[in-house]
Design a protein around this ligand. Structure first.
Ligand SMILES: *[C@@H]1O[C@H](CO)[C@@H](O)[C@H](O)[C@H]1NC(C)=O
Ligand SMILES: *[C@@H]1O[C@H](CO)[C@@H](O)[C@H](O)[C@H]1NC(C)=O
Ligand SMILES: *[C@@H]1O[C@H](CO)[C@@H](O)[C@H](O)[C@H]1NC(C)=O
Ligand SMILES: *[C@@H]1O[C@H](CO)[C@@H](O)[C@H](O)[C@H]1NC(C)=O
Ligand SMILES: *[C@@H]1O[C@H](CO)[C@@H](O)[C@H](O)[C@H]1NC(C)=O
Length: 529
């Protein structure tokens, strides 16, 4: 591994352009690389003032930051797991009917990335402006119809601070569960515990989501059995955007996507064939991930991460923004908000300087070999437990591209697998705009979003607003419903089937236009509800 690394570093020092660190840290020039150090266990970072209240929340209510819609409650602060481990949260009540609305949790990935990324760049009540100077209210915020709880985890990430010892998704799950016990024990938030709980996440959340959800469900079973004491979590929904879940089924997707995607080739044919041979040659990426899956040690899995990310992921993606292949590096969109968030830090009760990504946490995960482990069995368990699950992917993202994610989804073995495989793609329309295509079976669905990068809600699609398409699928799934096109869904499904039947030459073009008008009118009516 060390050898490879040196090779990678030398090789990459010839590269043009700067790769920006976004959700996945760039280590020695390689996105998702492995540092040349040992596991870093950082004990008790000193924070001033350090008055923690283990087992309880410390809260600032209605700071006035970000959510400025009159009458909408918000709270931010810490849940202290111990006297030296504090988890940062930011809660926004739903703009409509908060008492009965579901509660959605949001986690960004990394590992080591702050969930404030989702808040300010993707789907929070406000969005950072392009010049990074301020924020504007977001009409497509996910708290429109849901209560949303953003959590920085594990300890060490974003505004969370203290003993930084978590290095696996499993350990992270247990801390998040403990945090939620503290959250629901608080008189201000206890009322949300019976509401449907949804877990939404992205990117490395392809591991976090299935691991956390499966852990929550198993804790519920243990509570019923009397072996664990605590409050049950009413988990009903899991949503994962552009997630790395099953590397063995996803890594070949880099090679396919680099040569063929809706935009342009990302690398030369010779780079693609070199990556392809790094994938399939004996002892190569595929073999290494396979060894990792088959009970491989931490170091086998770490080495697989180092090898595959240098010689496949990064080799093929480095000429473009890994998170939006339509752009060259450095791509400043979505805009940086670190100056802004640090400027409001004391108002919201945050106690440390915020950084979007924590390399200590990232390094701990890298050395635990967590990246290359398989989270598909947990995902299957969650789906089979009846938790409504949506996997979605923006098609302009390379780092967790749809080719790999669709291979992962196709390989899932769940109660809905055969029904899923028999489905044809259905267009997903938002207010009449085609935004992607999906397949669904039972309570499972997969949705490919056109024209969106890694952070799907950060993009506009067609004539829709920022995050408008994402808000629609978020609301549908979080409220326990299937994906349904609006206007053109009823509208388009109706339109295309009517087209087929109407074109049996008895009905005139004029009648079709009339039908479209009626359909768009009924759509408008439903929009104004
Ligand atoms: C912000 O920047 C993005 C990416 O460059 C661009 O597409 C978008 O139009 C800009 N938005 C505004 C409001 O200027
Ligand atoms: C990362 O976490 C460690 C341990 O909590 C902390 O000492 C360090 O300041 C953090 N680094 C960044 C960049 O946030
Ligand atoms: C990778 O190589 C195999 C043969 O070893 C070939 O069948 C496959 O088409 C190649 N894949 C790509 C995407 O070039
Ligand atoms: C975040 O951490 C990185 C790496 O340690 C550092 O270069 C950067 O300046 C930090 N950003 C902020 C806003 O503190
Ligand atoms: C969702 O679709 C499935 C078929 O895929 C159907 O069985 C189910 O009743 C639908 N659920 C809702 C809430 O509409």
């Amino acid at each position: 591994m060390r050898l490879l690394f040196a090779f990678g570093a030398v090789f990459l020092s010839f590269l043009p352009g700067t790769l920006s660190t976004k959700q996945v840290p760039v280590i020695n020039g390689i996105a998702g690389g492995v540092p040349n150090t040992d596991k870093l266990l950082v004990k008790g970072e000193t924070v001033s003032p350090t008055v923690t209240t283990p087992g309880r929340l410390r809260v600032v209510e209605n700071s006035g930051v970000c959510e400025t819609t009159p009458g909408v409650y918000q709270a931010s602060g810490y849940g202290d797991l111990t006297s030296t481990q504090s988890i940062w949260f930011w809660f926004f009540a739903a703009r409509k009917n908060p008492d009965t609305a579901p509660l959605a949790l949001w986690f960004n990935g990394g590992p080591g990335s702050s969930s404030m990324i989702g808040l300010f760049q993707e789907h929070g009540p406000c969005r950072i402006t392009n010049d990074s100077s301020t924020v504007v209210l977001n009409p497509n915020s996910w708290n429109t119809e849901a209560n949303v709880l953003y959590i920085d985890q594990p300890v060490g990430v974003g505004f969370s601070h203290g003993d930084t010892v978590v290095g696996t998704s499993q350990e992270a799950a247990s801390d998040v569960w403990k945090f939620l016990q503290i959250f629901f024990a608080d008189a201000r938030f206890a009322k949300y515990q019976p509401n449907p709980l949804a877990l939404w996440t992205e990117s490395y959340g392809g591991h976090y989501g299935p691991t956390f959800a499966a852990y929550f469900l198993k804790q519920n079973i243990a509570i019923d059995a009397g072996t664990v004491s605590g409050k049950k979590l009413n988990l009903k929904v899991l949503g994962i955007g552009n997630g790395i879940t099953d590397p063995l089924n996803q890594y070949y997707g880099y090679i396919v996507y680099a040569g063929s995607n809706p935009y342009h080739m990302l690398a030369s044919s010779s780079a693609i064939s070199s990556a392809n041979s790094s994938w399939s040659s004996p002892g190569g990426c595929k073999d290494q991930i396979t060894s990792c899956y088959n009970g491989g040690s931490e170091s086998i899995c770490t080495e697989a991460q180092s090898y595959c990310n240098a010689l496949i992921l990064y080799l093929l993606g480095r000429n473009w923004d890994l998170y939006d292949v339509r752009q060259r590096n450095p791509d400043i969109y979505p805009p940086d908000f670190s100056t802004y968030i640090n400027s409001v830090r004391t108002k919201i009760g945050a106690e440390v300087i915020w950084n979007q990504s924590n390399t200590t946490v990232y390094t701990n995960f890298a050395f635990a070999g967590d990246w290359m482990r398989n989270s598909a069995p947990d995902l299957e368990y969650v789906i089979n437990s009846g938790v409504r699950t949506l996997i979605y992917d923006g098609d302009a993202d390379f780092i967790v591209n749809y080719v790999g994610v669709e291979s992962m989804v196709d390989a899932l073995q769940s109660q809905f697998t055969s029904a899923y495989h028999s489905q044809a793609w259905t267009p997903y329309e938002v207010h009449g705009q085609v935004t992607g295509q999906y397949k669904a079976a039972g309570t499972f669905a997969y949705l490919r979003i056109y024209g969106a990068g890694h952070e799907v809600p950060a993009y506009t699609i067609g004539n829709l607003g920022y995050g408008e398409a994402a808000l629609q699928f978020f609301n549908q799934i979080t409220s326990g419903n299937n994906l349904t096109s609006t206007c053109n869904g009823p509208c388009v499904a109706a339109r295309s089937s009517s087209r087929t039947s109407l074109s049996i030459d008895t009905v005139s073009f004029v009648a079709q236009v009339f039908l479209l008008l009626v359909l768009s009118r009924s759509c408008l009516t439903s929009l104004m509800d």
